[in-house]
Design a protein around this ligand. Sequence first.
Ligand code: UD1
Length: 365
Amino acid sequence: MKRIHLMVATRPNYMKIAPVWSALSASGSYELELVHTGQHYDHLLSSAFWDELKLPRPVVNLRAGSGSHARQTAAVLIGYEAFLQESRPDLVIVPGDVNSTLACALAASKLHVPVAHLEAGLRSFDDTMPEEINRRLTDSLASIHWTPSPDATDNLLREGIAQEKITCVGNCMIDSLLSFLPSFEAAKQWEAFGVKRGEYVVVTLHRPSNTDIPQRLESIVNALVSMGKSVPVIWPCHPRTLAALEKDGHDSRLRAGGVRLCDPAPYIGFMSLVVGARAVVTDSGGIQEETTVLGVPCLTVRPNTERPITCSEGTNRLVEPQGIEEAFLGLNGAGRGSARPKLWDGRAALRIVEDLAERGWASHA
Ligand code: UD1
């Protein structure tokens, strides 16, 4: 039986890997090992998700932790190379675009272990984003590319990746979303904040391009404080963002303005907040996709997106910090139509199992 490693490293990896784990496991054709690089290590960004998403405990935690890009990537490279030599998998599945994605793909490729990239082909065409570099390099190393949408497939073809290495399988994060939707509704997380469904805004921001540029962060804070006068604003805050807010005293201004700064929420609690929100203000990747399927208006505080389909078919809109409030006011309760880009249907992980079988990976033992 072929042995497959599935990598997890940071918060959004869990929702993408969980359905793949479950579908591969149900096929009975593979020996699976979950590898945690330890890039995220706080309980609320990491282990809080295992039980909710019914993932097993990882067989190893490489404890890469935080650091500069070079240090973090190098720590995963060194740790994963050693584990690869011990475990000797036949295939490594890496999701997304974080530093660990690239590091694991590189370590595996150098040891001649084939790599499958889950969520391949996304491009923001913005090399100032570390994720864009991770995406392009991972795609250049991978032997199998599972794309979420046709634009991603086109990007790979344009870069000279051979057609036979690419399969458009759809969106695994949406597999998780659709299977947990009843739990999001049942959790009614808005009640914990004493607000009514459809009458509050959820915020999540963590990109260095927003948190590490003081004028930009201040401008975002100004917008949220101003919006907070007319609508409840709930902000489950990433640790790096909280540190940046505290550095300049923005946390006190936000709290004084009624913005509810709170700890990062686990999957079901957070998505329950999103399901009931009037709008979401974010710079996350996955939330642009989730809000599109849920029909919740999404204001993405970035100059570009690697997920253009969420703007062309969904509820997403790119805004600058100075434009957040105006864009929110312009929503007028509109834009709640749910959109399901093709193959965002809850069956992406099943298509991955089929694709591996067609590529001759399945064991018939
Ligand atoms: C990383 C990914 C980003 C992804 C995000 C999801 C890269 C380059 N970035 O960003 O693409 O969208 O994860 O959340 O891979 N920290 C903690 N506890 C933790 C982890 C981090 O406090 O468990 C703090 C540390 O101060 C750390 C900082 O957050 O230095 C940044 O962590 P890091 O993993 O480098 O990047 P993220 O911003 O989390």
